[in-house]
Design a binder for this molecule. Structure first.
Ligand code: AP5
Length: 216
């Protein structure tokens, strides 16, 4: 299955994507995680994108498309993938169409995580993340076993992402509305959009998502 998860920052895309990708046996490809790995590795690409990400703006389309295209030709993505946080602009969506055309394949579903700004702000302001594996936690809704370190990466302290600070959360939501929300219509007109009520508890959202995708 070839899937895209679309929705505002903090909608819960990453939280749900891991389970879905595992169930379907496809790679979870999250552009935010890929760029954060470059930043923490101190690579040239990481140095170019760090300030952009910290301010909540988008990385330039050409750069994002280059990174995604290179990832989609890897062996594990040939039979399917779950794209999380990409595409995020009209040119990225068209670029993805071009990449898939070249491969002779197409998307099956674009899942739109539908929820209010209020819920988004609440989720982002309480999020804590593992700097090693990217696993998202929440100070109220998803607490790690000792409430300080990652359950998977033993001993690694959870952090608040730079772009989850209150002043940046607002600009990320503005960027989403100006540059990404138009993709809802884009995919609706292609008959690919599946709306998911995403403001419930993690388990409720998961149930809705599995039902929508026909996952047992
Ligand atoms: P990215 O990492 O993609 O950030 P995002 O889309 O803003 O998404 P998030 O990871 O913040 O949220 P999410 O929807 O995955 O929510 P999560 O599951 O963590 O991008 C970061 C930056 O990288 C961008 O700003 C940009 O600079 C750059 N970038 C990345 N991709 C790009 C692209 N394609 N083009 C250009 N630039 C790009 O959940 C959030 C919180 O809520 C967590 O604490 C979680 O525990 C909690 N939670 C989740 N679900 C629930 C629930 N149902 N109930 C209660 N709490 C919940």
């Amino acid at each position: 299955m070839r899937l895209v998860f679309l929705g505002p920052p903090g909608a819960g895309k990453g939280t749900q994507a891991k389970d879905v990708a595992q169930k379907l046996g496809v790679p979870h490809i999250a552009t935010g995680d890929m760029f954060r790995a470059q930043v923490s590795g101190g690579t040239e690409l990481g140095k170019r994108v760090k300030a952009i990400m910290d301010s909540g703006q988008l990385v330039p389309d050409e750069l994002v498309l280059e990174v995604v295209e290179a990832r989609l030709v890897e062996d594990d993505a040939r039979q399917g993938f779950l794209l999380d946080g990409f595409p995020r602009t009209g040119p990225q969506a068209e670029g993805l169409d071009g990449i898939l055309d070249k491969q002779g394949v197409s998307l099956d579903h674009v899942v739109y995580f539908d929820l209010t700004d209020e819920v988004v702000i609440n989720r982002l302001s309480g999020r804590r993340s593992c700097p090693e594996c990217g696993e998202p936690y929440h100070i109220e809704f998803k607490i790690s076993k000792d409430s300080k370190t990652c359950d998977r990466c033993k001993g690694v302290d959870l952090i608040q992402r730079e772009d989850d600070k209150p002043e940046t959360v607002k600009s990320r939501l503005d960027v989403y509305k100006k540059q990404t929300a138009e993709l809802i219509d884009y995919y609706e007109s292609k008959g690919l959009l599946r709306r998911l009520a995403a403001d419930g508890r993690v388990e409720e959202v998961r149930r809705g998502l599995f039902e929508l995708l026909g996952i047992k």
